[in-house]
Ligand binder design. Structure first.
Ligand SMILES: [Ca+2]
Length: 391
């Protein structure tokens, strides 16, 4: 009993000191922001915070429990709906996109693809209040404390200089925000006022967001008129070089046995590296210097592949010609939503069907798989989807 009371007391005291730690940390953050030249009015209003943002704490501590197969990742990010929506948005913003293409030399399909992958064309820009999210990351022991402090100060400076109002600073838990999800320091360096109203508003102005994305890609090394990616087929026995930075000329790749997936000849002196995200049995991709500019946006090859492929689709190219080496491909967003509805109709308590496969959905899928005598993976794939009656 005594032990229980003691433990309870220690918990309360522990909580008390955590709160004190947080407000002490906020006080020193306020001082850092003032020292960096942010106005007192903005600092006071932005950092009137008494406790960490719970959602940010939770999300920053999640360790991904399994590696998403590349075909699931691309199936989700480049589904027919995102292609159709993207083509419609490209018609709607045709003038802006063509102006950005001319001014920065960046292909307009790629600009639109970044917008589509980052926020589903402005629909999903995130709902975390940036000063709260970033202060939480600074003050709760994240290893990149200095980085987050810099991002917080950069965000407040955007308000100070009149680009944005404080109540427009909403985005992802990790500080990316606006139509094309810039982090504040990137915003500070690369955002442009593309609609000419005197403010760089990547939250409400689609023109500013698309112009700024083009500027960012250009400054990351984009070269006008060059390729970003070509789908290729690789001989099964291929054991030569791979990797986006081990580049060779297209004629060299042809000599190594590669052919274009569309049947055209590979030729010429342009340099590219070879990516085989699923080995020699799956589609191969020759990726060019412009692919590296896309990679700079979010430093993951799967991400740059998604942008590159969506850009190709928006430009009228067909889906990938080589199938992924799996008998259980991934689901589109529409199918994910339908799968959740099917799980709900079978009595699984997975909350609201929102198309986002979280822990509850995965547990339910694993249970269904077990009942059907399949290995319980918890993965939202075609097999379990069809077994439940999905089309
Ligand atoms: Ca503007």
């Amino acid at each position: 009993m005594r032990r229980v009371i003691l433990t309870a007391l220690m918990c309360i005291m522990g909580a008390g000191s955590a709160a004190a730690d947080f407000s002490g940390c906020i006080a020193s953050l306020k001082q850092s922001a003032l020292d960096a030249g942010v106005s007192r009015a903005v600092v006071t209003e932005a950092l009137a915070l008494t406790e960490p943002d719970d959602k940010v704490l939770r999300l920053s501590q999640i360790q991904p429990e399994f590696k998403t197969p590349i075909w699931d990742y691309l199936g989700f990010l480049v589904d027919e709906q995102r292609v159709a929506d993207g083509r419609a948005m490209m018609r709607k913003y045709d003038r802006v996109l063509r102006t950005a293409e001319r001014r920065f030399g960046v292909d307009r399909h790629v600009i639109a693809a970044v917008w589509g992958v980052e926020t589903d064309y402005g629909r999903e820009a995130g709902d975390s209040f940036l000063p709260h999210a970033l202060a939480t990351l600074v003050c709760t022991g994240d290893a990149r404390r200095r980085f987050w402090t810099g991002e917080l100060i950069a965000a407040l400076k955007l308000v100070d200089r009149g680009d944005l109002a404080l109540d427009e600073l909403y985005g992802s838990w990790a500080g990316a925000f606006g139509q094309t999800q810039f982090i504040p320091s990137t915003y500070q360096r690369f955002a442009v006022d593309f609609d000419g109203d005197g403010r760089r508003d990547l939250v409400r102005s689609v023109a500013d967001a698309l112009g700024s994305t083009a500027n960012y890609l250009k400054r990351s090394g984009w070269r006008s008129g060059e390729h970003w990616m070509i789908e290729v087929r690789v001989p099964d026995s291929y054991k030569g070089p791979t990797g986006r930075n081990r580049k060779a000329s297209l004629s060299t790749w042809a000599a190594r046995g590669l052919v274009r997936a569309d049947g055209e000849r590979l030729q010429g002196g342009e340099h590219a590296g070879l990516l085989l995200p699923a080995g020699t049995e799956g589609p191969g991709f020759l990726v060019f210097r412009n692919f590296n500019a896309i990679f700079a946006y979010n430093r993951a090859e799967s991400y740059a592949l998604a942008i590159s492929h969506l850009a190709d689709r928006l430009a009228g190219l067909p889906p990938l010609r080589t199938p992924w080496p799996t008998d259980d491909p991934g689901l589109s967003r529409a199918q994910r939503l339908e799968l959740q509805k099917l799980l709900l109709s079978k009595g699984y308590a997975i909350g609201k069907a929102d198309g986002k496969i979280g822990q509850a959905s995965r547990a339910a899928i694993a249970d269904v798989e077990k009942r059907l005598g399949m290995p319980p993976t918890g993965r939202a794939g075609q097999k379990v989807y069809r077994a439940l009656g999905g089309r």
